[in-house]
Design a binder for this molecule. Structure first.
Ligand code: PLP
Length: 417
């Protein structure tokens, strides 16, 4: 890998320009400028995305795929155009490989119920990792309950790195799917997904990647990765809430039965028999989130215009600075110190509960997440009830890190330690 020092890191005026694109960043909380470090939970939205949704409702709102009238055709064109732009962002082979869903959670449930449930038997295995979000645990537990299959969990080490040798040992002839996160939301670990996929495919096992924390921070090329499924949420990549994507290889989607029935997913219906629509519409029952899909495509255009590599370099610098700064704060311990990390700094204060830390930081204007981050097994693995998590995005600055550190001094003051 090229060291980040040798590549251009976006300068302060560039970041200031990016920040201008996000009106919410001008908000003051408790009389202080907002320092938004909760991007792992959701990212803020640039004006272009907000305007795209507004524009849709102002000028193009109609239902899709079912109107002969001009407005419906325009809405359909915009909605399907959004799908094509998203396919291109991920380098999918065709737009039909993009299924619109509500978010990562729904995408994973779709795969669990439609693809895996029908082809898994008692004694078969589903392989996940110990750093998964609940969204990539519970859907598989449901399938196990429904079918008698077994959930197996690849361990992680004390730095939050996946135990690759254990993975190689645990995948076997009974494994029916590998479902792992690309980037851990609780630890920041970037998993070696190419190698994980190679090994899974050598065993003829399909791989689902949970890309919720990855897609806004690292380049994702689904064809280069050769993953079978890739799931992400629009709201974590500067897009709207309530819209997300399941990428799946076309031949897999074609082989999968629908998982929800209703309008739009059919070609013809009689009381005796229903003929289903083609992919991807077979998986999009009911009126979709049209404005959300259009907003998401605009968000991806926005990221593409800046360049995901450029964003990645900026965030790598923020991660390096924040890690160093937080290591210097007394009584703070970092949770998640893998070598390959996205810009997520999870930590505990040895004397102060994460929720109290979060509350004091909030009073200083610093928004972080405090809790289990929907990854309770990760908390159990590290023997802590909760962590404080600062998670960065393209609009964060060195000053945001300084504000975080200053607010941590306030924590020391308030708790007298
Ligand atoms: N997977 C990971 C790694 C996440 O971080 C999240 C959200 O925090 C999800 C899945 C679930 O995403 P959503 O709630 O948008 O469905």
């Amino acid at each position: 890998m090229t060291p980040i020092e040798s590549l251009t890191i976006p300068d302060a005026p560039t970041i200031a320009r990016w920040r201008d694109d996000f009106p919410i960043l001008r908000t003051r909380v408790h009389g202080k400028p907002l320092v938004y470090l909760d991007n792992g939970a959701t990212t803020q939205k640039p004006t272009a995305v907000i305007e795209a949704e507004r524009d849709y409702y102002m000028h193009a709102n109609a239902n899709v795929h079912r109107g002969v009238h001009w407005l419906s055709q325009r809405a359909t064109r915009d909605y399907e155009g959004a799908r094509a732009r998203i396919a291109s962002f991920l380098n999918a082979a065709q737009p039909e490989e993009i299924v619109f869903v509500r978010g990562t959670t729904e995408a994973i449930n779709l795969v669990a119920q439609s693809d895996v449930r029908g082809r898994i038997k008692p004694g078969d295995e589903i392989l996940i990792s110990a750093m998964e979000h609940h969204s990539n645990i519970v859907p598989w537990q449901l399938v196990c309950e429904q079918t008698g299959a077994q959930l197996r969990v690849v361990p992680i080490d004390d730095s939050g790195t996946l135990d690759f040798e254990a993975y190689e040992r645990m995948i076997n002839a009974r494994t029916r799917i590998v479902a792992v996160t690309h980037v851990s939301n609780a630890l920041g670990t970037i998993n070696p997904v190419e190698r994980l996929i190679d090994i899974a495919h050598a065993h003829d096992v399909p791989v689902l990647l949970d890309g919720a924390q990855a897609v806004a921070h690292v380049p994702v090329d689904v064809r280069a990765l050769d993953c079978d499924f890739y799931a992400f949420s629009g709201h974590k990549i500067y897009g709207p809430t309530g819209i997300g994507v399941l990428y799946a290889k076309a031949n897999r989607l074609k082989a999968m039965p629908p998982w929800q029935g209703g309008g739009d997913m059919i070609r013809s219906v009689t009381f005796e028999r229903t003929e289903y629509n083609d992919i991807p519409w077979k998986f999009e029952a009911g009126t979709p989130n049209i404005a959300g899909a259009i907003g998401l495509a605009v968000a991806l255009d926005y990221v593409r215009a800046i360049g995901i590599e450029v964003i990645g370099r900026h965030e790598a610098q923020l991660l390096a600075d924040a890690t160093e700064a937080m290591r210097a704060v007394p009584r703070v311990r970092l949770i998640g110190t893998a070598q390959d990390k996205a810009a997520i700094v999870s930590f505990v204060h040895e004397d102060v509960h994460a929720h109290d830390v979060g509350t004091i930081l909030d009073h200083c204007g610093v928004a972080v997440r405090a809790g289990h981050h929907c990854a309770m097994p990760v908390m159990q693995r590290f023997g802590v009830p909760a962590t404080v998590r600062a998670s960065f995005a393209l609009y964060n600055t060195r000053e945001d890190i300084d504000a975080l550190v200053a607010a941590m001094r306030k924590v020391q003051e308030v708790f007298g330690r």
